[in-house]
Ligand binder design. Structure first.
Ligand code: ADP
Length: 273
């Protein structure tokens, strides 16, 4: 017997309001306007700049359940749409996160979408344009009309991905783009305080360290010190680690394995201690 399992319970809303997100520009307004009009959104920005937090904040603020997918190169269209699974002696259709979001009018967030295989990306086309529908060929060609409130949000890091893996123009043209960068020093300081309770000189020095690392131009440095790494360093300081130990573990370590570059970063960290 073939049965159909539809959407899971939507993710409950936060009891204490949306997760904290401090805007760096007009992204909250653009997000909300796009959501009201059912336009898919493309968030561009470096790793650790707050893309995921923005989506979590907006889903909660707009009162929509959030379905997050971390895309990877082995991900297929079935991982997004759903598949038949054997349970007992029966074959049961289980919706994928994209299908679930379309059914319940949720927000489907595809993190690092350029990592996904092209066939998986093609699966989002009909949901991303004016049709707002999903065709489940494997489920006998069932067509699902996206419920009101559904929105597709994708993110990627334009600096990090190879040109070959860049998104196809046909996919990009279906979306509204928001470019996110790292916050200004004042705002990043506020984020650090809100996220970790770290105040005073160590917080100031972490912000200055982050800015200094971002100014570095070294071929071995594929990423810079993100807000995420500064938050992690601040958390380690609040746990009693020295500034140097915390920043070495949370900033220098993750950025590079190259011993020379790493030593250079540690010397820089010591100068701020
Ligand atoms: P991304 O998805 O861009 O890789 P995240 O959204 O996971 O980055 O952000 C990493 C962490 O940095 C968050 O968990 C949060 O602590 C902090 N953060 C970054 N930007 C912001 C922001 N604008 N407001 C609040 N927190 C932020």
């Amino acid at each position: 017997m073939i049965t159909q399992s539809t959407a899971r319970e939507p993710v409950p809303l936060e009891a204490d309001g949306p997760p904290f997100y401090l805007p760096v520009g007009n992204e909250v307004e653009v997000f909300e306007a796009a959501w009201r009009r059912g336009l898919p959104l493309m968030l561009k920005g470096p790793t650790g700049c707050g893309k995921t937090r923005l989506v979590e904040h907006m889903a909660s603020r707009l009162g929509r359940p959030l379905f997050t997918v971390s895309c990877h190169e082995d991900m297929t269209a079935s991982d997004l749409l759903g598949r038949f699974l054997l349970s007992g002696g029966d074959t049961t259709w289980v919706d994928g996160p994209l299908t679930q979001a379309a059914r319940v009018g949720g927000i489907c967030y595809l993190d690092e979408v350029v990592e996904a295989r092209p066939d998986a990306v093609v699966a989002i086309h009909s949901l991303a344009d004016h049709r707002r529908e999903l065709n489940l060929e494997r489920l006998g060609g069932t067509t699902i009309q996206a419920a009101p409130g559904f929105q597709l949000v994708v993110s990627y890091n334009p600096g990090y991905q190879s040109v070959l893996k860049d998104m196809k123009p046909s996919t990009r043209q279906r979306m509204v783009a928001v470019e996110l960068g790292f916050p200004t020093a004042d705002r990043e300081r506020e984020i650090l305080e809100r996220e970790t309770d770290l105040r005073g000189r160590p917080a100031d020095e972490l912000i200055r360290l982050g800015q200094a690392v971002r100014r570095l131009d070294h071929p071995g440095l594929r990423e810079v010190a993100s807000t995420r790494t500064l938050v992690a360093a601040a958390l380690l300081v609040t746990e009693g680690l020295s500034f140097t130990d915390a920043a070495t573990a949370a900033v220098a370590g993750p950025l590079s394995d190259d011993p020379e570059l790493r030593n250079g970063l540690i010397a820089m960290i010591r100068a701020f201690d």
